[in-house]
Design a protein around this ligand. Sequence first.
Ligand code: ADP
Ligand code: MG
Length: 253
Amino acid sequence: MVDRNIGGGGDTTAPILTAHDLGKSFGALAALSEVNLDVAAGEAIGIVGPNGAGKSTLLACLSGAYKPTFGTIWFDGQEVTATDAPGMCRAGLVRTHQVPKPFSGLSTFENVYIGASFGENISNDEAYDRTVDALRLCDMLHLANRRAETLGLLDRKRLEVARAVATKPKVILLDEVGGGLTDAEADALVDIIRNIRARGTSIIWIEHIVHVLLQVAERLICMDAGKIIADGIPDAVMSDAAVVEAYMGHGVE
Ligand code: ADP
Ligand code: MG
């Protein structure tokens, strides 16, 4: 496996995102500990692991929603450990939520427009263009005038992705966007995420359905009990003894 440690040397391109010895505790519970991660620009990484493994907590720390208890985060050449979620979004890192939370009473277009113009010093024209671009990328232009609360599950997931895309991220963190979808719906979502990736955006995608994840991710990380227990080529990770043990031990899948 490639040496992804900080200061490991030999890398010609600096990672876009680095977490060093990252930890997050809630009282006595270490939800996340000793996490080390380097993400290359344009890389697509899948994250799996049993419920409660700390996957969402990791994304929350990386996106500025949670302040880490330990460790350091760098993004795009800056130390961002104390940067909040709006600051991370402005810097170019955004995440979607496990449970989509569209603004009710607003249209699909308005929901994405808020994402496009959020915290940014951009003109209305630019925000409009970003909104149309994100809706088109997510196959939602025909739903632009629909009220967000009337959308079905796949379209609410697409809206969550479109709102994130409209911020023009360099890195997008996806938290179980495929959950609860049929196979055909999951395929539709995979196409969208591939198109986002084709623009050079790095993807970190948490998903339980591994075969869906691996249509996009070329690198797989498995977490258990707050730690990364395997990180590398998907085949190697899935056959790793610690990964098998983590799943068997928790009785998942
Ligand atoms: P995953 O996404 O892998 O299912 P989470 O990151 O959501 O796991 O949770 C990891 C652990 O941290 C769980 O034990 C969960 O109950 C706990 N946890 C997550 N968020 C909070 C919070 N805000 N307050 C207290 N405990 C939390
Ligand atoms: Mg989660």
